[in-house]
Ligand binder design. Structure first.
Ligand code: NAP
Length: 307
């Protein structure tokens, strides 16, 4: 049976929040869906798109009587949201989030949330490089992982209810320790974005290659980096600032491996290059076999993006 919440409040209604609101509506998971966001423009747009049943500017007012509160804002805004909602939460409510870093969100929110409210942080491993309420689509979470990072003493029934909710949205659920989550995400998501931002920035800085050449010849590898490097600057600034230790650890390892690759190229060590490139090719095959990518040569972008 599908989970059902009488009232769900969305705090933040960008790509992730609006995708969830759309799937909640499609699957009939809420009796009433309240939308709240920081700016009047985004709130008005959410209303035009019909993402909720009611729209309020004030986050505290939005969470009143809500059984499930879903915080979908940049991770650096988590503490301010916790302060805004803390005095208005209904006893027994589940408060969750979708932030890309977990230890920091817990540190920012947990101290403010009252006893009797179930705080269960989460992170859907699904997204695109787009932002805002227009960018969302109900299929975003289909067959994607959602990682929940319950804190000590989490009520198992509340955890099961939230897990059922995500399953009804199409996700597969895993639970993880928050620090472990942050380390895993540093390598599978944060580092690739930082590398992409860096390489696109380097190309932009190159005085010898004109911008028109970069754009004209971007059908090769560069284009795939530009997609990642087009991701939301606020979100990624916050991810870097709020998963600093894990990202620095992964960057250190990356730099060592890059130096080794550099040496292999300098000394003409073709065997080493061939071995590495063979090993990495298998990783892509494993991802396709795990159903997390489609086997088309455009990196599945056409399948992932829906207008
Ligand atoms: P988004 O499309 O840019 O939407 C952000 C939402 O947060 C908007 O409603 C925005 O409100 C609000 N917001 C922005 N700054 C705020 C602040 N300082 N205080 C309060 N509200 C603020 O972002 P998103 O992609 O949905 O990301 C939301 C969360 O999901 C982030 O924590 C991100 O790490 C996580 N996440 C993102 C992805 C992805 O691929 N994008 C994937 C998984 C998880 P206004 O428009 O009204 O200002």
């Amino acid at each position: 049976m599908k989970p059902h919440f009488d009232r769900i409040a969305f705090i933040g209604i960008g790509l992730i929040g609006s995708s969830l609101a759309r799937v909640v509506r499609r699957e009939g998971l809420a009796g009433h869906l309240v939308v709240s966001t920081r700016s009047a423009d985004t709130l008005a747009r959410a209303e035009e798109l019909g993402l909720g049943d009611s729209y309020v500017a004030d986050a505290g007012e939005a969470v009143r009587e809500a059984d499930l509160v879903i915080v979908s804002v940049p991770v650096g805004a988590s503490e301010a949201v916790a302060i805004a909602i803390k005095d208005h939460l209904k006893p027994g409510a589940i408060v969750t989030d979708v932030g890309s870093t977990k230890a920091s969100v817990i540190a920012q929110m947990a101290p403010y949330l009252p006893e009797g409210v179930h705080f269960i942080p989460g992170h859907p491993l699904a997204g695109t490089e787009r932002s805002g309420p227009d960018a969302g689509f109900a299929e975003l979470f289909t067959n994607r992982w959602c990682i929940l990072t319950p804190v000590e003493g989490t009520d198992p029934d509340a955890l099961e209810r939230l897990s059922d909710f995500w399953r009804a949205c199409g996700s597969n659920i895993d639970t993880m320790d928050p620090q472990h989550h942050d380390m895993v995400l540093a390598i599978v998501s944060h580092l690739p974005h930082i590398i992409a931002y860096n390489i696109v920035g380097t190309a932009d800085d190159l005085a010898t290659v004109t911008e028109s050449e970069v754009i004209k010849y971007s059908a090769s590898g560069f284009r795939d980096f530009t997609r990642l490097a087009a991701s939301d600057p606020t979100m990624w600034r916050d991810v870097c600032l709020h998963n600093k230790d894990a990202i620095l650890e992964m960057l250190a390892r990356f730099s060592e491996d890059l130096a080794s690759l550099q040496r292999a190229i300098r000394w003409g060590d073709g065997d080493k290059l061939f071995d590495l490139f063979t090993r990495t090719r298998h990783i892509r095959r494993s991802i396709i076999e795990a159903g997390q990518e489609v086997d088309v040569p455009d990196f599945g972008r056409q399948a992932a993006k829906k207008d």
